[in-house]
Design a binder for this molecule. Structure first.
Ligand SMILES: *Cc1c(COP(=O)(O)O)cnc(C)c1O
Length: 232
């Protein structure tokens, strides 16, 4: 086998392994098969990875991907989408207001609505472009200064602003727990905020903790390294 086809094979293998672990975690958490309920969706995080490493995942039938930079995604995905039109692209990184239109044109879901200025810019741009994009509110559950997201105590008010005043199609919440802490309390907190706001979608859990996130009700897990290998 050439080096390239070897790597391609490894990526497909790791994808299958993650899918199996998700199925297992769902069965543990709910006693049900992942296909018979609202399934947990695997968001394959392809940031920094070139198209030829993404294609094996597409060829394996996977269709939901996360990218964290508008510009990088704009360079990779329009072409991939021509070959695989039924993909769903989710923005999982910080969004600058001057990139809002590009983001709406490329992404199906914006997971990182994290401040009023951005929420207003999204609402205005969706109106002028004549299209809606599903949104998640990013919550800074660890109250980390350097991290994006509304703080937990401000979440209810921000959700109401987005939904009621700006009519954004808010369908759920996302979080990135602090690197050096047990993620479980953060997942639990995100679940509580979602529940009291009657939101059904919870994007939480990454390569290191997606099985834990599923135990706490994740509907979407964002997994990069465990599928694509380490990022350089
Ligand atoms: C990079 C990234 C991930 C994936 O992280 P891995 O540890 O590689 O699985 C998930 N969510 C966000 C927001 C990211 O930026």
């Amino acid at each position: 086998m050439s080096q390239d086809s070897h790597d391609t094979h490894r990526i497909a293998e790791r994808l299958a392994d993650v899918v199996a672990k998700i199925d297992h975690a769902v069965r543990d958490a709910t006693g049900q098969d992942n296909q018979t309920r609202d399934p947990v969706t695997l968001v394959a995080v392809s940031k920094t990875k070139p198209a030829d490493e993404i294609i094996p995942v597409l060829k394996a039938g996977h269709r939901v991907f996360g990218e964290n930079k508008v510009q990088e995604a704009t360079q990779k995905w329009p072409q991939l989408r021509e070959a695989f039109p039924d993909i769903e692209l989710r923005l999982i990184g910080h969004l600058q207001t001057n990139k809002v239109k590009d983001a709406i044109n490329l992404f199906d879901v914006i997971e990182t609505v994290d401040r009023p200025k951005l929420a207003r810019a999204l609402a205005t741009a969706m109106k002028s472009l004549g299209c809606k994009r599903r949104c998640l509110i990013q919550v800074n559950t660890g109250e980390e200064e350097q991290k994006s997201g509304v703080w937990p105590e401000e979440a209810d008010r921000f959700i109401a602003l987005c939904r009621e005043d700006l009519a954004l199609p808010v369908e759920g919440l996302m979080c990135i727990p602090p690197h050096d802490e047990n993620p479980a309390p953060h997942f639990a907190l995100l679940g509580e905020i979602a529940k009291r706001n009657r939101l059904n979608i919870l994007s939480m859990g990454m390569s290191a903790d997606y099985e834990t996130a599923i135990r706490f009700g994740a509907t979407h897990v964002r997994v990069g390294t465990a599928i694509f290998g380490p990022r350089s």
